[in-house]
Ligand binder design. Structure first.
Ligand code: UD1
Length: 377
């Protein structure tokens, strides 16, 4: 098993190269922030930040860029919301023009959103090396748009930076040459560890009055959960059972807010504590002190494992199985009875949590070592 070193070689000479980093949607910012910071140590490296604008609201994008101390993006592609085909195509058209002007020596993409796949395809066609952070994750569920994005991105990327050994195995099984795969750990946990000391319940008390370990946090935004009224209603029935025991704080994603209004589900969410989407540190304040988390997010499954907080994943599968085998996660699906049973079992969780190897806050250093070595050729 190859684990990337934290030591970059040849630090004495400047690299004189350009890296273009691509962000676009909420789960991207916390993955790029620690990496851009770590790469500042590489002499002679010019870093360009491109924001596709897949997400654009203050609460979904701009507050993250500020709070995570990302530089102001050098380019804003302002693609906005659209169907998958239109959004992906718009990102490709506009990102290709950026690449022609900036002439990067490498493109870094993160995660599995449409911006990730679109930018990776552009890079591959222009013969610019593409590095994919969070490579190799697979849910084996092609009805999930992110699964298509993961598969395509990993097929065309040159440098595959994986968070855990299961991701390496997925890539090997697909025939990826070993020399492209680098096990670097989970870069999102670098960000989590950096900001955890500031994540107190005090900072959110003006909007959400809850007590330490006496509340649940709910997030829902997957089309598979919120786009069909029967499924969404069933999940809310189960969540309302939890709400009889303890307050359930529910920061509502814009897609979900639209669906609640369209489907007439306002009564079903009335027992819950609804908030607007929260900034990174405010949300970490809530999750890190919660009794239990219920979610269909990918990243939150990992964050709850790193925090040692029980997590119920309201999906039929996960691309992050290590959070189940090693961490605090239970995949319970969308069936109300299973959600309630999972919740009761989670309350009895006692055992110590094993934080997966290399989720140690130093993934960005290991990625820097891999990228620097690739840039030096
Ligand atoms: C996208 C990602 C998903 C990620 C999620 C995190 C893809 C395929 N999906 O899904 O992997 O987990 O982001 O949030 O890339 N909207 C706003 N303001 C915004 C952004 C979106 O109001 O800033 C609304 C729009 O009505 C839009 C809807 O939310 O149509 C959904 O947004 P979209 O980016 O299409 O997908 P997400 O569900 O956010």
């Amino acid at each position: 098993m190859k684990i990337a070193s934290t030591q970059a070689d040849n630090q004495h000479t400047a690299v004189n190269k350009t890296i273009v980093h691509v962000v676009g949607a909420r789960p991207n910012y916390m993955k790029i922030a620690p990496l851009m910071e770590a790469l500042r140590a590489v002499a002679g490296l010019r870093q360009v930040l491109v924001n596709t604008g897949q997400h654009y609201d203050e609460a979904m994008a701009k507050s993250f860029i500020r709070e995570l101390r990302l530089p102001v993006p050098d380019r804003d592609l302002e693609v906005g919301s659209a169907s998958h085909g239109t959004q992906t195509a718009n990102i490709m058209i506009r990102f290709e023009a950026v690449c022609e002007q900036e002439r990067p020596d490498m493109i870094v993409v993160v995660g599995d959103v449409n911006s990730t796949m679109a930018a990776a395809l552009v890079g591959a066609k222009l013969l610019i090396p593409v590095a994919h952070v969070e490579a190799g994750l697979r849910s084996f569920d092609r009805t999930m748009p992110e699964e298509i994005n993961r598969i395509v991105t990993d097929r065309v990327a040159d440098i595959l930076l994986t968070p855990s050994e299961d991701a390496n195995e997925n890539l090997r099984r697909e025939g990826t040459p070993e020399k492209r795969i680098h096990l670097v750990g989970n870069v999102m946990i670098d960000t989590l560890r950096r900001h955890l000391p500031a994540a107190t319940l005090e900072r959110v008390r003006d909007r959400v009055a809850v007590n330490e370990r006496q509340y649940a946090v709910l997030t829902l935004h997957r089309p598979s959960n919120v786009d069909r009224v029967e499924t969404f209603r069933g999940i809310l029935e189960a969540v309302n059972v939890v709400a009889k025991d303890m307050p359930v704080v529910f920061p509502v994603h814009p897609r979900t807010r639209h669906r609640i209004a369209e489907m007439g589900l306002s009564d079903a969410v009335r027992p819950l504590m609804l908030t607007d989407p929260l900034g990174y540190i405010d949300f970490l304040s809530l999750t890190s002190h919660a009794r239990v988390i219920l979610t269909d997010s990918g990243g939150l499954q990992e964050e709850s494992t790193a925090l040692g907080v029980p997590c119920l994943t309201l999906r039929e599968n996960t691309e992050r199985p290590i959070t189940v085998t090693s961490g605090t996660n239970r995949v319970v699906g969308a069936d109300p009875a299973k959600i309630v049973a999972g919740y009761r079992a989670a309350l009895d969780d006692r055992g110590p949590v094993r934080i997966p190897a290399l989720w140690d806050g130093r993934a960005s250093e290991r990625i820097t070592a891999v990228l620097e070595s690739a840039l030096r050729g």
